[in-house]
Design a protein around this ligand. Structure first.
Ligand code: PGA
Length: 257
């Protein structure tokens, strides 16, 4: 049995309540069996409670961020325990937009990863390089450091409960997708980092997604590679038909295995 693919939509700061409900209603009954493909919507925090209530058998809801502390005087923040208490199953950690605009660092990513796993929430840990780094040819080194720092003090058992999303910054929201080969090569090098940290067995089990301008046209070729286990999708996850097409591409891959 190979690694079960994940298609995770990252809605970012889009949609209002009725649009969010309408989306969930439209996809719920159309999604493939969650034992074959994990379909996840990472929604703005204010929607989480209601979307968890509305999620069908084969849909899971994720947050886009959380605080690393268990509790405390952090006005405006949400803890992993709070997410857990509402039945949220995933959380995106270290998205490049949070790194760029909200002071997310490798250190806070590490603390958030540990806090999420501790609450049995699956962290989707984002890493990825800027265009300058890609052009300088140091992508593997930079991404390696991000992964090593994210997994500091993370045990083998904890690492197995995580998901990584490789998202080159230059490909996010730009319409410029990494080629399947570029994405797969970097993801393979991330797997090598995991192998060094935790051994080959763990490296072979952790799901690593690609993100950055994934759409209904390029998804199949990205998923056809050896090491890409799904996608973290922004723009193309906002429309139900588009999201279902992405999920069905993953389902088709599983069926053909
Ligand atoms: P995009 O965003 O699919 O719109 O490029 C991906 C992401 O930010 O996770």
């Amino acid at each position: 049995m190979g690694r079960r693919p994940i298609i995770a939509g990252n809605w970012k700061m889009y949609k209002v309540k009725d649009e969010a409900y309408a989306f969930i209603y439209a996809v719920n009954l159309e999604l493939p069996d969650k034992e074959l493909v994990e379909s996840v919507i990472c929604a703005p925090a204010i929607f989480l409670k209601d979307l968890v209530k509305r999620e069908g058998e084969n849909l899971r809801i994720g947050a886009q961020n959380m605080h690393y502390a268990q509790e405390g005087a952090y006005t405006g923040e949400i803890s992993a325990a709070m997410l857990k208490s509402y039945g949220v199953d995933y959380v995106v950690i270290g998205h490049s937009e949070r790194r760029a605009y909200f002071n997310e660092t490798d250190e806070t990513v590490n603390l958030k990863l540990l806090a999420a796993v501790n609450q049995e929430i699956t962290p989707i840990v984002c890493v990825g390089e800027s265009l300058e780094i890609r052009e300088a040819g140091t992508t593997d080194e930079v991404v390696k450091k991000q992964v090593e720092k994210a997994y500091l003090n993370v045990s083998k058992a904890e690492a197995l409960k995580t998901v990584i999303a490789y998202e080159p910054i230059w490909a996010i929201g730009t319409g410029k997708t990494a080629t399947p080969e570029q994405a797969n090569d970097t993801i393979r090098s991330i797997r090598n980092v995991l192998s060094t940290l935790y051994g080959k067995e763990v490296a072979e089990q952790v799901r690593i997604l690609y993100g950055g301008s994934v759409n209904t046209k390029n998804v199949e070729s990205l998923l056809a590679t050896s090491d890409i286990d799904g996608a973290l999708v922004g723009g193309a996850s906002l429309d139900p038909t588009s999201f279902l097409t992405l999920v069905n591409a993953a389902f088709k891959k599983v069926k053909n295995q």
